[in-house]
Design a protein around this ligand. Structure first.
Ligand code: FAD
Length: 411
């Protein structure tokens, strides 16, 4: 293991370990204990609701600023140095502590507010994100604007003392559950990229409507979102008017970094957790030497594991570069692309390893992990679309990482 520095850091490690021991809710120590799946997202829906141990855990961590450990303490964050953040992550992983909060606010919005927002906007929006009091969604895509995001048409007009928003978004993950939306709007119809602004919309505002869309996996996490004559205060706009494109791209770098970090032994959103090799042995049997009997499956599982090891190293390298410079950069497209490919391959292998049992949608003939495997495999199809498609990320890599000629105008 790497040496993380001098005595101060070791003292910090001891302090973190003791605090986690004392404050991690006993109920959460049992991996079989299930909490309300929505609780990890916090938000207004859980205001005052402290019975769920996940909410108690989120609040305990938030009180220390450790739901956003690297953010400045002035905005509720932990104010930790990069090395201290790493120690906290290591201690949480070693103790198998659950994440305190899942949050588009922590992963995507907060970092760009720190960079681009006014002091008043930071003080209004960052502390509720740290505390898990406000849940955010992302209003980027529109029916005619996905990969070509700057084609977005949702209008935002300056009405003197307020902004007026009209239009619609699509694929807005959790829009029906979110409290606020960070949103790209058009403030100039004559210019494409230079006519985009970045605004913050309270989903409780009159004129905001959401309609869920079902996914192939049977889940329905995202929505169509409609804005009809939605009035926004003048300070809802972040950065300069028509200056939203730069913020939008920056936020995508944070998004891609975070999506990649979420793929791992669990195989990404909806995947079955656990050792794929062991799971495959349970279904396909072992040979005389105790190895997985199906040699072709064995070599593909091994390759997938090696891909994961390489991915983890690359994520670590890009995270270190990000910490040592001005945040993430276009290299996040590398890990987003690779993580999607890894997760999809893992989903395929999981279903294949389970044989017929890996194609269960529901019913008594299938155990829960088998149903999760089928649905996780279907959900993984979206991995190469969300946060920018794999093709678009390859374009970004070719242009911004490899410096090849710019032949497209995509995100
Ligand atoms: C699970 C999931 C969650 C999502 N959550 C959100 C969310 O919360 N908020 C939000 O705003 N959006 C969200 N999205 C939408 C997502 O960002 C878009 O689906 C994505 O950017 C692609 O846009 P599109 O669907 O319009 O496809 P299109 O842009 O129409 O692309 C269609 C195909 O053409 C290819 N293509 C397009 N342009 C190029 C090019 N220049 N070069 C090469 N190939 C190209 C694409 O790779 C793709 O294969 C989510 C999507 C998924 C699957």
């Amino acid at each position: 293991m790497a040496d993380f520095g001098g005595g101060d850091l070791e003292a910090f490690r001891a302090e973190v370990r003791a605090w986690l021991d004392a404050n991690y809710p006993a109920d959460l120590r049992d991996p079989a204990v299930r909490t309300d799946p929505e609780a990890i997202w916090g938000g207004r829906a859980f205001a005052g609701e402290a019975r769920d141990p996940q909410i108690a855990w989120m609040r305990a961590m938030a009180a220390k600023g450790w739901t956003a450990p690297a953010w400045p303490a002035a905005y509720g964050g932990g104010g930790l140095s990069p090395d201290q953040v790493r120690v906290l992550e290591q201690e949480m992983a070693a103790g198998r502590h659950r994440a305190p909060l899942a949050s588009f606010g922590v992963w995507m919005l907060g970092p760009v507010l720190l960079e681009y927002a006014t002091e008043a906007q930071k003080r209004e929006h960052l502390p509720p994100i740290v505390k898990g009091e406000i849940r955010w969604c992302q209003g980027y895509s529109e029916p005619g604007a996905g990969s070509d995001l700057a084609a977005l048409a949702t209008r935002c007009e300056d009405k003197g003392d307020h902004w007026l928003v009209n239009g619609g978004k699509i694929w807005t993950s959790f829009a029906d559950k979110a409290d606020w939306c960070f949103c790209l709007v058009r403030t100039d119809t004559a210019r494409k990229h230079a006519g985009v602004s970045f605004v913050l919309i309270d989903m409780a505002s009159p004129g905001v409507e959401t309609r869920p869309i079902a996914l192939i996996s049977g889940e329905s996490p995202f929505c169509e979102t409609f804005f009809t004559d939605v009035k926004l205060p003048k300070d809802a706009l972040v950065g300069p008017v028509n200056g939203g494109w730069e913020i939008a791209k920056r936020l995508l770098q944070y998004e891609r970094q975070n999506i990649s970090g979420g793929f791992g032994e669990a195989g990404g959103a909806g995947g079955v957790a656990g050792d794929l090799g062991q799971i495959a042995k349970a279904y396909a049997g072992e040979d005389a030497t105790g190895r997985l009997a199906d040699s072709d499956l064995r070599s593909r599982i091994t390759r997938n594991r090696m891909d994961f090891a390489c991915l983890r190293q690359t994520i670590g390298r890009i995270a270190a570069e990000s910490r040592a410079s001005n945040g993430p950069n276009a290299a996040t497209s590398i890990i987003k692309y690779a993580a999607a490919a890894f997760a999809q391959e893992r989903g395929e292998l999981m279903v294949e390893a389970m044989g017929h049992q890996g194609l269960g949608w529901g019913g008594e003939g299938f155990a829960t992990p088998e149903i999760v495997a089928t649905r996780g495999w279907l959900r993984s199809k979206g991995n190469s679309i969300e946060g920018g498609t794999s093709e678009v990320n390859l374009n970004v890599i070719s242009k911004r990482v490899l410096g090849l000629p710019d032949l497209t105008a995509s995100r």
